[in-house]
Design a protein around this ligand. Structure first.
Ligand code: ZN
Length: 270
């Protein structure tokens, strides 16, 4: 069991703590449905969640928790934070952002961070939500015109605001998974849907690629060349295909990667 040091208001801003970011993961599919943070003992936090669910709190997460047998999910420690509560909040935000980006259907109401839920509701919002929820059976989702959000869209302004908030929160060393490979990585062994793969690919194509239009300095090129000296090139059939076919716009019937690429293009455009 992971030891945590509980944060209390008396400790104040920036006080050292030990906390964890945790995730509720469906055993069968590996999908994460909820990400949380706590400075309590994790087992205690989990039983608190179950208690809240039993008492009938109506939120997407507690609706899900109520109807899902305990044996169907596991709670995974995603990250330990040993600095301060602010960092713990930021770590939670990063994990939520990551899982949302990879298509996990998180039931979190907020994007994480400080505060009990990260969201501060106005009195009007609270009342409107209450009116909407009253009389609605738990665990039942409203579809189509019955859904209060049916036909409404977030404004471009709101979306731009959220986008700016998330920007860079999970790049480089800021990514909680930075430097983790293989079984160490929480998404090890997980399979993305064709849809998600397509979306991720589009996000990095052409001008959207961080390396688009960049040229390496002579110095860098010399270093790379020296490091790879003596290694036969291309190092694989795959790189030969990239170098001699993809990059030159050549198609060869005898190359399985050419065939694969063409099959994939057809599959995604239909
Ligand atoms: Zn090829």
């Amino acid at each position: 069991m992971i030891e945590t040091v509980e944060w209390t208001p008396e400790l104040g801003v920036g006080a050292p703590i030990l906390g964890v970011v945790y995730g509720f993961r469906v055993r069968k599919t590996g999908e994460y449905r909820y990400v949380g943070q706590t400075t309590k003992k994790l087992a205690r936090r989990i039983s608190e969640h179950r208690g809240v669910a039993r008492r009938g709190r109506k939120t997407p997460f507690y609706d899900w928790l109520r109807k899902t047998p305990d044996t169907d999910y596991e709670v995974v420690v995603l990250e330990r934070v040993v600095t301060n509560r602010e960092d713990l909040g930021e770590a939670e935000v990063s994990w939520i952002t990551l899982f949302r980006a990879t298509g996990d259907r998180l039931l979190n109401l907020s994007e994480g961070g400080l505060g009990p839920t990260g969201v501060v509701w106005t009195e009007e919002q609270r009342k409107a939500a209450g009116d909407r929820a009253r009389g609605r059976p738990t665990g039942v989702h409203l579809y189509g015109p019955d859904n209060p959000r049916w036909g409404s869209r977030h404004s471009d302004e709101q979306k731009a605001k959220w986008s700016a908030m998330r920007k860079g929160t999970y790049s480089g060393a800021d990514n909680p998974n930075f430097g983790k490979f293989g079984p160490e990585h929480p998404s090890y062994g997980r399979v993305f849907s064709a849809e998600t793969l397509q979306r991720l690919s589009e996000q990095k194509r052409g001008e959207k690629n961080p390396n688009f239009g960049k040229t390496l300095s002579a110095e860098t090129r010399a270093k790379m060349s020296a490091a790879q000296k003596g290694q036969p090139k291309p190092s694989s059939v795959r790189s030969a295909h990239t170098r001699h076919h993809t990059n030159k716009g050549v198609f060869k019937e005898t190359c399985r990667h050419c065939i694969d690429d063409r099959t994939n293009e057809r599959g995604s455009s239909s």
